[in-house]
Design a binder for this molecule. Sequence first.
Ligand code: 13P
Length: 257
Amino acid sequence: MARKPLMAGNWKMNNTIAEAVVLTQEIANRLKRAWPDKADVVICPPFVDLKPARTVLEFDKTEVAVGAQDVYWEASGAYTGEISVPMLKEIGCEYCIVGHSERRTLFGETNEDVNRKVAALIAGGIAPIVCVGESLAVRDEGTTLEYVCAQVRAAFAGIEAADAAHAVVAYEPIWAIGTGRTATPEQAEEVCAAIRAELARLFGDEAAEGMRILYGGSMNPGNVEALLAQPDIDGGLVGGASLKAESFIQLVEACVR
Ligand code: 13P
């Protein structure tokens, strides 16, 4: 089954509203000129930038989607500082990153938290982008595939195949994030293929074949083509290179070539 590539920009904690509007406008202008129907594109700005970014994209009638970087699983209530799925839905978010390694390591997010978030997002009609990936210590131990597959199983525990269909998995080796050290295409493909095999065990071959698996970790215009050429890599989850319209557009263009 042909999977439509997805290029996702994770802005992390960058860009004020004013800066977000400028960057979104630049991206929209460039993609509006010749919008190819061959790839999905999503930008994931900080919460406060979501509405302004979405407004720019709507005004410009682009197909670029917005996504959040995190969510809480309860719909409302006494959870100071948290943002819920219905709040994201109202803004027009189509995607939400969950389980990013920065949230796991800096903010103590567990596999169980990730699973609750995935379930809440699916129930609310927002596609989760579930991040998994090993540390350098795990890679050096030689247990990367077991570690990453266990993260996948935990994230999707209790989820039905039909509901998982729109979910996305992003393989982000921690040692490659923001370091300039990219996984080789072969290293990335080995893990992405193992993730797809795990998805097939969970949801069946057909569902797994239809689900998109992204690579993330120092993806840039210089390495994107070799990574996308791998059979189980369906796009990217990009940090640094998504903060400039020029480089982000080059990554999108690599998806549609
Ligand atoms: P970099 O592209 O900056 O390495 O970040 C990757 C990432 O963490 C995307 O979620």
